[in-house]
Design a protein around this ligand. Structure first.
Ligand code: F6R
Length: 242
């Protein structure tokens, strides 16, 4: 696993460059996307590259990692809303080719077919991940089986607390989500993870140094053959073997 250390702006640009290169090499790439604060600057770089005609999303397909159960795509805290506002509305992508798990209605049926749909599209070429302060990737909380596919997950108290910053009140934060599983993520051909800030330091230490175990979901990434971790110095600060 490669580790790249830089400030937030720098690593966001480097990750955006990975996406740009990927789309140049394969204009009909299948991209795995994340929500949250961590990838926002990456998406801003991709919007800029698209406006400057350095890349086109015309033939790109995307799959997002997760969605809150109970929130419709028009809710301003849903991940569909986030993706439209942070990327899709600003680039030349065909929204029919953007997939975000459903949080309402027949969300179970959609979740059950999500991995097959990814496979039918040819599999994810490049997946971006953030990481939770408890080491989750997507919403795979500690003790999620390593062989999990897309499923319904209970959010831990720490995740609910972390995510409450975006809601008016903690009581409004959904307690369940539908999420790609750890195996679904590991199926991607290439993975990049971005983490910034001191509150991510324990998770980054565990990702790089704790035993590979289901107690520590992000540790599975050490088994991937092409995974790069992009961190700022605060997120890297607790790693001992530098
Ligand atoms: C979001 C996701 C989550 C976040 C993680 C970090 O799609 O899968 O795992 O990546 O909770 O969130 P931020 O970036 O807001 O700190």
């Amino acid at each position: 696993m490669k580790v790249i250390i830089g400030d937030h702006e720098e690593i966001s640009r480097l990750i955006a460059d990975e996406f740009i290169q990927q789309i140049h090499q394969k204009p009909n790439s299948v991209l795995g996307l994340a929500t949250g604060t961590s990838p926002l600057e990456v998406y801003a770089n991709l919007i800029k590259a698209n406006k400057e005609k350095r890349i086109s999303f015309k033939d790109v397909t995307t799959f997002n990692l997760d969605e809150y159960i109970g929130l419709d795509g028009s809710h301003n805290q849903s991940y569909r809303y986030f993706m439209n506002a942070s990327l899709f509305d600003h680039v030349d992508i065909d929204k029919n080719n953007t997939h975000v798990l459903k949080g309402v209605g027949d969300y179970r049926a959609y979740a059950n077919q999500y991995d097959e749909e990814i496979a039918r599209s040819g599999g994810i070429d490049l997946q971006i991940l953030g990481i939770g302060s408890d080491g989750h990737i997507a919403f795979n909380e500690p003790d999620t089986p390593f062989d999990s596919l897309t499923h319904i997950a209970d959010l831990t108290e720490s995740t609910i607390r972390d995510n409450s910053r975006l809601f008016k009140d903690i009581s409004e934060v959904p307690t369940k989500a539908v999420t790609m599983g750890l195996k679904s993520i590991m199926n991607a051909r290439k993975i990049v993870l971005i983490a910034c800030g001191e509150n991510k330091a324990p998770a980054i230490k565990d990702l790089l140094e704790a035993p590979i175990s289901e107690k520590n979901p992000c540790s599975i990434l050490r088994n991937h053959s092409d995974c790069t971790i992009y961190v700022d110095s605060d997120a890297y600060s607790k790693v001992t073997n530098k």
